[in-house]
Design a binder for this molecule. Structure first.
Ligand code: HEM
Length: 250
């Protein structure tokens, strides 16, 4: 039991102007696809979402190829078939692992102080930080309780988690993915993949899961900014209208 430790990661999508880093989302998807998907579902995310221009922006052909590696249940066939772009990731309950679609918003990394919530107001709820800290928080100690092996983890409440440490140094090899339409980064070319350290993979998959939980974040921020600007213009116009209207009375 006792205190848990949450690392504050500087993600590109923080703050009022923050956006998702498409290379990072593509790497994060690769981690999810090659590691986490063995046990975890992502049942609210559709394969087509992977082509989103404000998300990972995978080219459609690539998203199709990813989809085809997943089996989904088709009620019309009464059987499973390879997934298409219009399908969602299948649920995965085999290992008793929770679905990760909304995990970045379901867990809070930051709390307090004194129950005031100020930390969350300034730093965000810390969902992706919690996932990052969980993945990097294994101490290497394990204990057996009632026939189950539990792993000591400095981020998990209670300190003992049943998830086997999923990441290890160099577990995957990052691909240099090509970018889809409207990525705003000028396409492939000079993008070189980073080393797949545990920290790097943890950061990338946490960013990917934040996008999965809030795929319209960039659009929401843009709409908010537009609305605030419009309200400022409106306030100025109202100020002068008001002065003009009341001028004869003064
Ligand atoms: C729980 C993430 C890989 C099995 C969790 C939780 C997260 C997570 C965020 C929830 C912790 C909580 O309740 O606060 C990930 C990520 C993975 C990954 C990002 C890939 C990098 C795996 C793999 C397995 C697995 C490969 C199976 C071998 C589990 C299980 C739990 C769990 C059984 C429930 C743990 C418990 O409540 O004690 N995972 N996971 N995970 N995961 Fe994973």
């Amino acid at each position: 039991g006792g205190e848990t430790h949450i690392e504050n990661v500087a993600f590109s999508f923080e703050g009022p102007f923050g956006t998702y880093d498409q290379h990072q989302l593509q790497r994060g998807f690769q981690v999810f696809n090659e590691v986490c998907a063995a046990c975890h579902g992502l049942k609210y995310v559709a394969f087509r979402d992977l082509t989103s221009a404000t998300g990972p922006a995978f080219p459609e052909e690539q998203a199709k190829a990813f989809a085809a590696n997943y089996e989904v249940f088709d009620p019309e066939l009464d059987d499973t078939r390879p997934a298409r772009l219009s399908d969602k990731f299948p649920p995965n309950t085999a290992a008793g692992a929770p679905d990760l679609s909304l995990m970045a918003k379901a867990r809070a990394g930051f709390h307090g102080p004194f129950g005031l919530g100020l930390n969350q107001l300034f730093n965000g709820t810390g969902g992706p930080e919690y996932i990052y800290s969980l993945l990097t928080g294994y101490t290497g100690e394990e204990v057996e309780q009632a026939g189950t092996v539990l792993y000591e983890n400095t981020a998990f409440p209670g300190g003992l988690i049943s998830m086997v440490p999923p990441l290890s140094e160099g577990l995957i090899e990052y691909e240099a993915h090509s970018m889809g339409e409207g990525d705003g980064h000028g396409g492939g070319g000079h993008y070189s993949s980073p080393e797949a350290t545990v920290e790097q993979m943890s950061k990338d998959v946490s960013a990917f899961l934040m996008w999965a939980a809030e795929p319209k974040m960039v659009e929401r921020k843009e709409a908010g900014l537009r609305n605030v600007l419009m309200l400022i213009v409106l306030a100025v116009l109202l100020y002068y209208t008001n002065r003009k209207l009341w001028a004869p009375v003064k």
